[in-house]
Design a binder for this molecule. Structure first.
Ligand code: DX5
Ligand code: ZN
Length: 218
């Protein structure tokens, strides 16, 4: 039994003070920092690219957990690696050669993650398990913070944990994670938990308490 990993998503932070926000959640007990990269094509929203990841790197010693919601991802993998990503997750739906993308991330010396949307079956990642350190199960449709947890994803989590029996695989959940839903995801087999609104909403004075509450639920 490993201890839960809490990865606050800066998508819900104050974008006018991202450096201070990353320092604040790092000091408040975050295990990883989750960075959501969106291209306005794979998902209906746009956030930031490798230059922002690089600018934030000096503000934290925590691993940077970079979630790419972009298609294609391959032309940008080296840039995110050089910017200071520790884990780089690409979506199985982003194609066209996801196996190659994962090999590229490993060749860059980074931890590789495969993400899947709520409408994608667990079996989609089965052929990729030898190539990944992490599976990122989306528990909302990607694009925005503050959405509600989709319960059918619990079955996906459980199936992937069963598929990965005997492997030291991180299963991370992302979307609608609160001190309540985190328990459901943990029971299904997740061990890493992204939280945006549940950490950032309400401001920096509450970050430590809110991270602790999510950890306690997991
Ligand atoms: C959604 C992002 C999530 C998002 C989660 O596309 O991948 O990381 O920030 O936000 P909450 O925790 O507010 O649902
Ligand atoms: Zn994310």
């Amino acid at each position: 039994v490993t201890s839960p990993i809490i990865s606050p998503s800066i998508l819900s932070a104050d974008f006018a003070q991202l450096g201070a926000e990353v320092r604040a959640v790092s000091d408040a007990g975050a295990d990883w920092i989750h960075l959501d990269v969106m291209d306005g094509h794979f998902v209906p929203n746009i956030t930031f690219g490798p230059a922002v990841v690089k600018a934030l790197r000096p503000h934290s010693t925590k691993p940077f957990d970079v979630h790419l919601m972009i298609a294609p991802a391959d032309p940008y993998l080296a840039a995110f690696a050089e910017a200071g990503a520790d884990t780089i997750s690409v979506h199985v739906e982003a194609g066209p050669h996801i196996h190659r993308s994962l090999q590229t991330i490993r060749d860059l010396g980074k931890r590789a993650g495969i993400a899947l949307n709520p409408g994608t079956p667990a079996s989609a990642v089965e052929p990729l398990l030898d190539l990944v350190d992490l599976v990122l199960v989306m528990t909302v449709n990607p694009g925005f913070g503050g959405q509600s947890f989709i319960p059918s994803t619990l079955e996906t989590i459980a199936r992937i944990r069963a598929m990965a029996a005997g492997r030291p695989l991180d299963i991370e959940v992302d979307g609608g994670i609160t001190p309540d839903t985190v328990a459901l995801a943990a029971r299904a087999g997740a061990n890493a938990f992204v939280a945006g609104n549940a950490v950032f909403k309400g401001g920096p004075a509450g970050y430590a308490d809110r991270i602790a509450a999510i950890r306690a639920g997991a």
